[in-house]
Design a protein around this ligand. Structure first.
Ligand code: KG4
Ligand code: ZN
Length: 337
């Protein structure tokens, strides 16, 4: 009989956040994230720098998570890590560290799918959905609509054909000369502006697919015709308007899926789930459709190890452990783990 409340150390290093968390059963004892600042000067993540920064930070991040949980490593029941998807070099650092700890401590190793963990982050609070539920996973690397029938039975109903929603936010923020990542800044500035001030065309795609590559070009043309001073004066209206254009396809997909799949539960997960406008518009849509709306607490929206531990808990209960030779996979998709 397995411990129903195991102590799990979880490690996440799929992109540019080095993160570690300790969970006692479903309860998060610590959740430490070290975000890499080096990328902001390049306006995007530089993979080589990301893996180097992970190597520099991972020991300290894991030690901090253990200290905050007031535990020694011998007390752990298992080590969970992100197997993929993500940047190959970054994934390798977290996986190697987790394997080293599992080997030294003679503890089981759990390999977690990063995207499934984003979906399961919806369970990390009191108001959580029961299976089955729909989830829009919107991050810097992914935009997909997922039907979660169970923790280990998820189906991608549709996804982006090119850029991810978070990436589109970041690219538009870059064109406006805001910092990186700029999604949060567009959210903040847009909250003070008029979303109907300007309109931007955005691709309408069939079958729950999304496309964001064109909007950047139309936004670029829009800005090119304006003076810098005018842009500065109208920044809140510009942010509010481009934000609504970017959000429109996922809002429509959410409404359509609630009607089509007959489930009355819709959640959002991933970095863009922190967006205040997305939360408020989707909550209105759910109210309209007689559905319940779920979103994770802020700290579990952007990349974090708490959600890796939460997903790892399910695998621990099933005895679904990884071997020390388990490889990382940059292109792992939902349903493959
Ligand atoms: O999930 P995440 O931390 O990393 C990936 O797995 O990609 O998501 C990061 C993305 C970035 O593109 C960032 O700009 C976006 O989430 N983001 C936001 C907000 N907070 C973070 N986008 C819009 N509004 C926000 N408040
Ligand atoms: Zn992510």
């Amino acid at each position: 009989m397995r411990n129903p409340e195991p102590l799990i150390l979880a490690i996440e290093s799929s992109c540019d956040d080095t993160a570690a968390a300790v969970l006692h059963g479903e309860q998060v004892l610590s959740n430490v994230v070290s975000s890499q600042l080096v990328h902001s000067q390049f306006g995007g993540v530089v993979p080589e720098f990301a893996s180097r920064e992970h190597m520099k930070n991972i020991r300290a991040v894991v030690d901090k998570a253990m200290q905050e949980a007031s535990l020694t490593s011998r007390q752990l029941d298992a080590i969970a890590f992100t197997r993929g998807p993500g940047l190959p070099g970054s994934l390798m650092v977290g996986a190697s560290f987790a394997k080293g700890m599992a080997l030294a401590l003679k503890k089981p190793l759990i390999a977690v799918n990063h995207m499934e963990a984003h979906v399961l982050s919806l369970l990390m609070q009191e108001k959580k959905p029961s299976f089955p539920f729909l989830c829009l996973v919107v991050s810097g690397g992914h935009t997909m609509l997922v039907l979660a029938r169970n923790w280990n039975d998820m189906e991608i109903l549709g996804q982006t054909r090119d850029d991810a929603l978070g990436e589109a936010f970041d690219k538009c923020a870059k064109l406006l000369g805001l910092g990186y990542p700029g999604g949060r800044l567009i959210d903040e500035l847009g909250s003070k502006g008029n979303p109907k001030a300007f309109s931007f065309p955005i691709a309408r795609m069939p079958d729950y697919q999304f496309s964001y590559s064109g909007v950047k070009t139309s936004f670029l043309y829009f800005l090119r015709e304006k003076r810098e001073e005018w842009i500065r004066e109208n920044l809140p209206d510009i942010c509010a308007s481009i934000q609504d254009a970017l959000l429109k396809p996922v809002l429509e997909a959410g409404r359509r899926a609630l009607r089509e799949f007959g489930t009355s539960k819709l959640g959002i997960a991933g970095g863009v789930a922190a967006n205040s406008r997305l939360r408020s518009l989707l909550s209105e849509i759910c109210l309209d459709e007689g559905a319940s709306f779920f979103y994770p607490p802020f700290e579990y929206c952007t990349d974090n190890a708490g959600m890796i531990g939460r997903a790892g808990w399910f695998k621990y209960q099933q005895g679904d452990f990884a071997s020390l030779s388990e490889s990382t996979s940059s292109r792992l998709v939902i349903g493959q783990s």
